[in-house]
Design a protein. Sequence first.
Length: 229
Amino acid sequence: MGNFDFDVIQRSWVYLFQTGMVFTLKLTLLAMTGGIVFGTLLAMMRLSSNKLVYLLASGYVNIMRSIPLVLVIFWFYFLVPYIGAWITGSNEPVQVGAFASCLITFVMFEAAYYCEIMRSGIQSIPRGQIWAGYAMGMNYWQTMAHIVLPQAFRNMIPVLLTQTIVLFQDVSLVSILSIADFFGSAAKVAQRDGRLVEMYSFAAVVYFIMCLSLSTAVKKLQQKVAIIR
């Protein structure tokens, strides 16, 4: 540790948090929100009695869960502009932007995982409550919105938040596109100053502390929201 340069960390930590961490948290929260909404819709489609709807949702989830996230990031970052040009009939690639491309990628990818979490949560609700909703004159979507989903969300909050912690870690993969998330910002400083050990060690400590703190908070939340049966 004699050659470990703490000064480079002291000079850079403000930039890392103000620029990198803000980007990471922003992308994580937006991707979590979009992923849960899209994932809930996919979960309801997978539980649908309509064979076509079930197959479409199941195919999407299985494909997304079978492809490495880093490959999906590359696909969307380089292909979305051309897909947009094809849809709009433009001769030039549509300028989507790095943040929008990453957000679309993470929402669509994480939705497949949130879908399975929500599906298990929906299936944990006793079928009798669903039949009671039908007996009261509710249709499928009303029963889901007013009876099933509120209970399913409560049951699944700890698991959803745990998946969000994984999402927070996965956001670091956007650094392969030279995007200034927290890890990407640390990598740029490391390359600029030639202090790879110091910056990567600092990034690892920050991720460890944040993820450990969030995991502990999720465990405490799980105890509070647990439904006694």
